[in-house]
Design a binder for this molecule. Structure first.
Ligand code: PGA
Length: 249
């Protein structure tokens, strides 16, 4: 059985005090669940979050990392630095990284490979833009993103990969993909992985949906057979909303 996961992507929000406050609220309101629950604060607050959550079931994950071991990469963070502060999971390929920081499929392939080589777990984010969906190219785009960044990988590392399908037009816009659109794409993703690898890998990988998931739509989206949870942006910054979404799974 693949894991159910609800992960909160805090993006560039919350200072250290606010981070501690929000984590305390989330911890207090967290419903009993068999799902994995994760939060991704900004780099500067990761250590504080790990310490604040000490023996909690909530896992702290990073929003990004560099592919190099160390060196002259001003402003960047390496896998070793994350592991040293007990952060074992990293988001790679978020659409905001692609759009605002010029991250290409080729760069993302290097980041994914580096994270996996360090034994980290990767939540790989991808999804089409509005224009691509309008012109019927969404399947083609998603396939290309998978192919370029993940399909060079050996089958054995797929146990450390989680996918997050996030149509760009649904991120932060209040417009969600319908549960049917999410299911259709998630099924397509599994089929594409089956073609490159096999059924076992395609069936075992958790595929999260992201893009305006809120307490009032989470249950319906999560009820689809190929949707294994969510990557939550805006609603993860409000303890009541985030814990309600966890409850919905
Ligand atoms: P949103 O963001 O829930 O605010 O749409 C999702 C994401 O960017 O991961």
């Amino acid at each position: 059985m693949r894991s159910k996961i609800v992960a909160g992507n805090w993006k560039m929000n919350k200072n250290l005090d606010e981070t501690r406050t929000l984590l305390a609220e989330i911890s207090a309101k967290l419903p009993d669940t068999s799902a994995e629950v994760m939060v991704a604060p900004p780099f500067v607050n990761l250590n504080g979050a790990v310490n604040a959550l000490d023996s909690s079931v909530i896992e702290v994950v990073a929003q990004n990392m560099h592919f190099a071991e160390n060196g002259a990469y001003t402003g960047e963070i390496s896998a070793n630095m994350l592991l040293h502060i007990k952060v074992h999971t990293v988001l790679i390929g978020h659409s905001e990284r692609r759009a605002y920081f010029g991250e290409t499929d080729e760069l993302l392939a290097r980041k994914v490979a580096a994270a996996l080589a360090h034994g980290m777990r990767v939540i790989f984010c991808f999804g089409e833009e509005l224009e691509e969906r309008k012109t019927g190219r969404h399947f083609e785009v998603v396939k290309r993103q998978l192919k370029n960044a993940l399909f060079p990988l050996e089958a054995v590392v797929w146990k450390s990969i989680v996918l997050a399908y996030e149509p760009v037009w649904a991120i932060g816009t209040g417009e969600t993909a319908s549960p049917e659109q999410a299911q259709e794409m998630h099924a397509f993703i599994r089929q594409t992985i089956t073609e490159r690898y096999d059924h076992t890998i395609a069936d075992a990988v958790s595929i999260l949906y992201g893009g305006s998931v809120k307490p009032n739509n989470a249950k319906e989206i999560f009820s689809k057979p190929d949707v294994d949870g969510g990557l939550i942006g805006g609603a993860s910054l409000v303890a009541d909303d985030f814990t309600a979404i966890v409850g919905a799974i």
